[in-house]
Design a protein around this ligand. Sequence first.
Ligand SMILES: *Cc1c(COP(=O)(O)O)cnc(C)c1O
Length: 391
Amino acid sequence: MTMNTKNSDEFAEQVVGALHAVLKRKSAPLHEPCFDGNEWRYIKECLDSTFVSSVGKFVDRFESELANFTGAKYVVAVVNGTAALHTSLKLVGVIQNDEVLLPALSFIASANAISYCNAIPHFVDIEESTLGIDCRKLRDYLESNTEIRDSRCFNKKTGRLVRSIVVLHTFGHPADIDGLLGISKDFNISLVEDAAESIGSFYNGQHTGTFGEYGILSFNGNKTITTGGGGAILTNCKLKAVAAKHLTTTAKLPHAWEYMHDEIGFNYRLPNLNAALGCAQLENLPQMLLKKRDLFKRYRDEFLKLEGIKLFEEPQNCISNYWLQTLVLDRGNEGLLESILKVTNGDGYMTRPAWRLIPHLSPYLNCPSMDISVAESLSKRILNIPSGAGL
Ligand SMILES: *Cc1c(COP(=O)(O)O)cnc(C)c1O
């Protein structure tokens, strides 16, 4: 069904009606954290112990509980997700003038982390079924636009090495991991997973962020669980984990009193205070995931009644954490997005369009890119609606 502007306000009112029917409250933020477990207790323990900063038992505990939950063999807690991604890219060997592939539709942190390595983001298209990288399209593109020399992949046009690929599990929905692992292997491009949005999301029963050489999580305030600010690096390789810990803790060599550093490291440690919050949040994560799934079902039942718009559902063989509930307008209905945003926000329901595509933002206008027509279309049709576990 396509509509003209005349009835777009009417349609927006129907969206408000559906939100109201599900949420049964007059307003709702996009994603509010829930602190109804041991948060106060653990933070107080931190204060009482004086260990609020970069060492303390909660950091170790948070790392080992994250490893338990995700099945990653090793976890390194860091100060935020962007730092986790920066570190991971450095450790897979991304250096100046390398190209790193990433989806055009992502949060800008994905591209910034590449830039921090003085490397160049190279944008790829996404698919409507996962909202993640379209592997078939990417494979065709690489076949005609790159060449393998000394078993490494070079961009034929720019002559630069295509070193790595960053995959995003968009809004919590797992991307096509099998397709990506195939591309990574066939073109010798290392896979790094930006799982910032997908704690609690699984692909064929395995947690997102554990397939690539490294995976990263974010615990920013708007994510499924929060540490205030925070992130983590996941890996199944002991050497990679040791390297990540070293680089994120100023590259200090272990010694009882000497300050010796063997490279230019980063102060990317997660403070104990934040880790304490994380430990309490993790205890409630399974509960929150159930509530978010329940919210999805309630939304789905309600939005089924509206024509021309669909609630995005987890891809096949995947379990999504449903971080941000996502409505997708049918093709042809792009014109409705503005008025839905205006009317829902005006009514107190916080809704947001998808991020502006990164290749359309001024710092990234001149980066290499494949045809990104699907990302361009989807970015005009996506709407995130209130998604917190407390709703
Ligand atoms: C949240 C997020 C990050 C990391 O964010 P921080 O605020 O640095 O923790 C990275 N990539 C994506 C896609 C994100 O959504």
